[in-house]
Design a protein around this ligand. Sequence first.
Ligand code: GLV
Length: 320
Amino acid sequence: MARVLVTRPLTEGGTDPLLAAGHQIVEPEENPLSPASLVTLAAGCDGIVSHLTDRIDATVLEAGKAGRLRVVANAAVGFDNIDVPSAQRLGITVCNTPGVLDDTTADLAFLLILAATRLASEAERDLREGRWQGWGFGDHLARDVHGATLGLVGYGRIGQAVARRASGFGMEVLHTCRNDTGVNGYVPSLDMLLRSSDVVSLHVPLSESTRHLIGAEQLAVMKPTAVLVNTARGPVVDEDALVDALESRTIFAAGLDVFDGEPSLNPRLLGAPHVTLLPHIGSATIETRTRMARLACQGVCDVLAGRTPPNTVVPTPPPA
Ligand code: GLV
């Protein structure tokens, strides 16, 4: 019987593929697992279902390899927490969960587009904290979403799902990515997209080429009325540069679901004006998390049965 480590509890029914295949599930009580526990447990398992909060580095993978580890399936579409080159070197398969969270994450990105552009968080805070004196003609003045130009940085499945929502809101949609998509709205450079957009939404994976993709220089070319939304990965944005831009009104507002070093927050973000902050809930619906859990578990079952899962990570740079 194969042993599969599930590093954190999954949604109900999420482990069904593992149970159906008759695998033994190892569910530690420690949550999240410390790096030392991950190493110890990896050494005794055939497969791991991991989360984006687990650092699956070379030490974990080598300990697994010294035992019988054959597969790590991340219950997330992003896999920047896994040392994929080391896994490849050691012959350990890595899977993720593409295709099952696009609409849910796009919904959340759109929520942030609306909330940040309409300054909904600040307005709600005023109401909750007793500052609302009644309807005011000049109060809580924000920006229009309809008629605005949305610039998508990255045009993979999630970016395209955001684009579909934006058309329904009467937005013009531009996108930029590494290769010309041939799709209407393609812009060949990030700089051009940033200069032309009223709302910029980020949909690129985290890699060395996207770390701090949006920094002081990029924020400086955005319109002073522009809004930045990040549902991708925190380090894609230089958060200190973003706070500087919000404080100096270089841009109008920001909506963030992801943070550099999360769950720690850059304290400056908490005090910054015109910013909506959510605790990384892009894919957090019961339906989607269950689909993600099952897809990750199915990937483990496939590998342990000698099959190549369709959700195997190909360690070439994904399109930006
Ligand atoms: C969430 O951030 C994911 O990568 O699935």
